[in-house]
Design a protein around this ligand. Structure first.
Ligand code: 5GP
Ligand code: MN
Length: 336
């Protein structure tokens, strides 16, 4: 983290401010954990802060401390507009492009407040007047940990610690992905001492499946296909399959990772149909040198990280599968 980021931040936070904190659309553990931790910290310091989520997020995140205070754009659009336009500061956490707040992009772009980014995705846009961007970091939560540590190391309490633990845990696949460093473990150690209960948080996030979700996982795995002669697999879920298991937001979280648990497989993809939005949402995961970020950017209008990225297709499932197969052939030499 550059010193100038903390110096600039201190200046902005010298006097009480009206502050909006934004996670990306379809917030995950890291997006919600980091925005809520930052919210707790700012409230503690006497600022008038609010977290605004562009849309709803999975139920398994709804136990996070003060999650019920998050404003949801789709529920209170007028209040959201008022808050964004009147904010002195707008923090954008865990995303690198303003389009990731979708419904709110236009509003945020024209809002007069200073924009401040904290994020670990590759190739960030340059909309922020102050920016802490580091793609080598495990999670935005680890970055927020470092920021709070630099501003006031006595500020950590059980609420902040639980939020930050959650995001570091979910973005590192429980501390196993390659961005997990000794620094990450030191942060986790500190967060546990500050009150985060790792066992309880794991249970709340990972042991809260419905029977329907497990059935959906069964369908997904039985739909898994290999790409001949390449270390690549993909899975599909049609709207009909989702509906048959009473799909709820977040149910497919983590499914794509199962592809990588196959011996020798280094690239896994899942294609999930969303009939009402007329698109196929794609998730990509890799192990090692193959960049799914590049792949998502080049072929499916997406992006993300080196080993975890997402994208989408406006074509039918059939056409999207065909496009995926063509795309992987084009990058086949990277797997030799
Ligand atoms: P997921 O597959 O879990 O939706 O996303 C994996 C990673 O890629 C996350 O860090 C997410 O923020 C990012 N990501 C997912 N979809 C998109 C997209 O359409 N565009 C960009 N730029 N990033 C995405
Ligand atoms: Mn993240």
């Amino acid at each position: 983290m550059e010193k100038s980021f903390i110096t600039g931040l201190k200046k902005y936070l010298e006097t009480p401010k009206k502050i909006v904190i934004l996670p990306h659309r379809n917030a995950d553990g890291d997006a919600l954990g980091s925005t809520l931790a930052w919210y707790h910290f700012l409230c503690q310091k006497g600022h008038e802060a609010v977290v605004i989520s562009p849309n709803d997020y999975p139920d398994f995140l709804k136990w996070l401390p003060r999650e019920d205070e998050i404003l949801k754009q789709n529920q209170k659009p007028l209040e959201v507009q008022e808050k964004i336009l009147n904010a002195d500061l707008i923090f954008t956490l865990d995303f690198n492009a303003l389009s990731r707040v979708q419904e709110l992009t236009y509003l945020v772009r024209k809002a007069p407040g200073e924009k401040i980014m904290i994020d670990h995705h590759e190739a960030p846009e340059s909309y922020a007047s102050l920016q802490y961007s580091d793609p080598s970091m495990s999670s935005t939560c680890e970055m927020v940990y470092k920021v709070i540590q630099a501003l006031d190391e006595t500020a950590f309490n059980k609420e902040i610690a639980s939020c930050l633990y959650t995001g570091i845990m979910t973005d590192t696949g429980s501390f196993r992905y390659s961005a997990t460093t000794s620094e990450t473990h030191l942060a986790i150690s500190h967060l546990i001492r500050a009150g985060a209960d790792g066992t309880e948080i794991h249970q709340k996030i990972y042991d809260s499946s419905s029977l329907n979700r497990l059935k959906l996982l069964g369908i997904t795995l039985s739909n898994l296909q290999e790409i001949p002669d390449l270390p690549i697999v993909f899975m599909t879920l049609t709207q009909e399959e989702l509906t048959s298991c009473n799909y709820q937001k977040g149910d497919t979280e983590g499914f794509v990772n199962y592809g990588l648990s196959l011996e020798g497989i280094v690239f896994s993809c899942i294609l999930i149909e969303n009939e009402s939005e007329g698109k196929i949402k794609m998730s990509f995961r890799s192990q090692g040198t193959f960049s799914v970020n590049e792949f998502a950017r080049t072929y499916f209008n997406g992006g993300g990280h080196h080993n975890a990225a997402g994208g989408m297709s406006m074509d039918s499932m059939e056409t999207t599968i065909a496009r995926f197969k063509t795309a992987v052939k084009e990058v086949a030499d990277q797997f030799q």
